[in-house]
Design a binder for this molecule. Structure first.
Ligand SMILES: [Zn+2]
Length: 294
């Protein structure tokens, strides 16, 4: 079976797909030169099958961002034939032009992480790449079209700062980000997006707005104490739940659309210069110092 589309998300995968994440559809963990991937599920009862990779590991537990083996996860998906990835993740809105529960098709990130393994090429010059555009423009377009067709509240474009975490950001940190024009803050999507580029894969990200970042909002001041002090209104929680409830339909439609044609987005080219300059093998698995051990 030719499966070329995958969705990476958090615990929402278990809530959305439920019984589909059973042992009979579990096709990984998969051994890679960078360690074992997380578990991966094959959803094959749709017109266009796809893989699901829960980012935070098995079940509903949530490992800290720096403990996620992103390199093994991306390597495993590529090795399984995937060339397009849709990533979902939560974020706080710094801009007040969006509402809690809105879906954002991100167009840029500012990497503020410090402890994550952000390249496959730590001991070679191969990772010297230009991350522009950061996200696949064709897959972003597909995402926006699907969200529009489903009648969801979404915004096409926006820049997210990715903090190391696991703690949330201080008010001063958010003020700094707001000052330089950052719209959202999250702990997700990095280094996934950069690793996908090194493997020449299409990658797009949908951020769902969980709360307003530590600036308070124009609607009400922040309450102290709670994890999501800005997420106190029942209607906002319901709105967010509705947005997350759409995840299955969004992934189904995107898997179909992404499989319908192969857009000329250029995501299969970032390594072209390196392949020429360093006479790299046509087998991408041999680009890594330890690739032959895969
Ligand atoms: Zn692409």
């Amino acid at each position: 079976m030719d499966v070329r589309f995958a969705c990476i998300a958090g615990g929402e995968i278990y809530r959305q797909w439920g019984p589909l994440c059973g042992q009979d559809r579990r096709v990984a963990p998969r051994s890679t030169p960078f360690g074992d991937s997380h578990e991966i599920f094959l959803v094959d009862d749709r017109d266009c099958p796809y893989y699901l990779l829960p980012r935070h590991g098995t079940g509903m537990r949530k490992m800290t961002p720096r403990d996620i083996n992103n390199r093994a996860n991306l390597f495993a998906l590529k090795d399984m034939g995937v060339d397009s990835i849709l990533a979902w993740g939560p974020g706080g809105a710094i801009t007040h032009d969006v509402a809690v529960g809105d879906l954002i098709v991100l167009s840029d990130v500012a990497d503020r992480t410090t402890q994550r393994e952000g390249t496959f090429f730590e001991e070679s010059p191969l990772g010297f790449l230009r991350p522009f555009p950061v996200f696949c423009p064709a897959l972003r377009h597909v995402a926006a079209e699907v969200l529009h067709d489903l009648g969801l509240h979404y915004h096409d474009g926006g820049a997210a700062a990715v903090s190391e975490g696991p703690r949330m950001e201080t008010r001063s940190e958010i003020r700094i980000l707001a000052h330089v024009g950052i719209d959202y803050v999250t702990h997700t999507f990095v280094p996934e997006v950069f690793l996908a580029k090194e493997l020449q894969m299409c990658y797009a990200a949908i951020l769902y707005v969980v709360n307003y970042a530590e600036t308070g909002s124009r609607h009400r001041p922040f309450a102290s104490g709670g994890l999501f002090g800005g997420l106190t209104e029942i209607d906002e929680a319901q709105r967010l739940a509705r947005s997350l409830g759409s995840m299955g339909a969004v992934v189904d439609k995107m898997a179909q659309a992404a499989g319908a044609d192969s857009p000329r987005c250029g995501c299969d080219q970032p390594m072209a210069g390196q392949i020429d300059a360093y006479d790299l093998s046509s087998d991408w698995r041999k680009w890594f110092a330890n690739g032959s051990d895969a």
